[in-house]
Design a protein around this ligand. Structure first.
Ligand SMILES: [Zn+2]
Length: 340
């Protein structure tokens, strides 16, 4: 690295580790989104698979598992069983003291229940981990040390069409429904966001979902998701609806082979699209660029307004952490490194 780190920065860097198994560990006390043997508190920022690394091990070994109530409910829907005496439900902004540090969760616009993590240590230093987020609607936390996600950390990862995707998606579903059922594939959280978008744009066809998607949706509804009725696909009602041919079926991307329907329109929700908001793959398949992540410009915007003394980009997950760290050094003149 071409920049020299001063003593303050070096001292800050010693307060955090990012491990090979994707844990962001503050002060050896708080481990976020990955398991760490030494930690006292495991934080789950949100219920996406790449942030649940080693969660079953943490449930066995770590004294406390901390998360928002919505995330707790989604984890339950995904068959994670956290014992009551280890469960630490935190509201946004609520502080808990663990040893010498004060930990709090703050809203992240991503999936329902998603949180950023703020750790204030005994010297009053603010150590922040953004988790996954997008802008606007994610409050920017001031920090001394900032750990930031780097999914779209490549300067070419800029979406010029941020605001038109939702309308194009709804129009596609609307016109397709006139001809038959529509199948939508995505990740947990994004599926529920898609449901809410369609409802808000006036689509009132019945929604059908297989077990886990159905259960995650129910958990999200409990926490404010507006989707009206959703039917479990093995139910009597769903059978009748499927016969009618007028419905939207939502399934997890990993089950696309199982559920995709050759005679219906299939829509895949993907964040990895930067050229067009909507792309036709073949006669019956479309890709919609619905993203839950900050693009490159938004990542820089967060760093700039958070005003950290040093930034660590998370290289333990998919993304462009090294490139993002380089751009932060170049464009913002703030020391930045990618870890691990
Ligand atoms: Zn995520």
């Amino acid at each position: 690295m071409s920049i020299t780190l001063d003593a303050t920065v070096n001292k800050l860097l010693r307060k955090v580790r990012i491990t090979e198994n994707s844990a962001i560990v503050f002060k050896d006390i708080v481990a976020c989104d990955g398991h760490d043997d030494e930690a006292i508190l495991r934080i789950v920022t949100h219920a996406h698979q790449d942030h649940l690394c080693g969660l079953r091990e943490s449930i066995r070994k770590t004294p406390l598992i901390g998360m928002t109530e919505a995330t707790y409910d989604i984890l339950k829907a995904l068959d994670y069983d956290i014992p009551e005496n280890k469960t630490l439900i935190l509201d946004y902004g609520e502080e808990v003291k663990i040893k010498d540090v004060i930990v709090s969760l703050h809203k992240a616009k991503h999936i329902i229940g998603a949180a950023q993590v703020l750790v204030i240590d005994e010297e009053g230093q603010r150590l922040v981990y953004t988790g996954d987020f997008k802008l606007p609607s994610t409050p920017i936390l001031e920090s001394d040390l900032l750990v930031i996600e780097a999914t779209y950390g490549n300067p070419s990862h800029v979406r010029p069409f941020k605001y038109e995707v939702e309308d194009l998606f709804a129009d596609l579903v609307k016109s397709s429904l006139a001809k038959g059922p529509v199948y939508v594939f995505g990740y947990h959280g994004k599926i529920q966001e898609a449901m809410e978008i369609l409802r808000s744009k006036g689509i009132d066809a019945p929604f059908i979902a297989p077990r886990k998607v159905y259960r995650v949706t129910k958990a999200a509804v409990k926490h404010g998701l507006q989707v009206k009725e959703v039917f479990y696909y093995r139910s009597f009602e769903a059978d009748e609806i499927i016969k009618s041919g007028w419905y939207v079926f939502f399934a997890h991307l990993s089950a696309a082979r199982t559920y995709s329907n050759r005679s219906a329109v299939n829509i895949v929700l993907s964040g990895w699209e930067f050229t067009e908001p909507l792309r036709q793959i073949n006669e019956k398949t479309y890709l919609v660029a619905l993203s839950d992540h900050a693009d490159f410009e938004d990542l820089l915007e967060y760093v700039k307004r958070s005003r950290p003394k040093v930034v660590i980009t998370d290289a333990s997950r998919e993304g462009s952490a090294y490139m993002l760290a380089r751009e932060i050094r170049r464009k913002l003149s703030i020391p930045a490194i990618a870890l691990p």
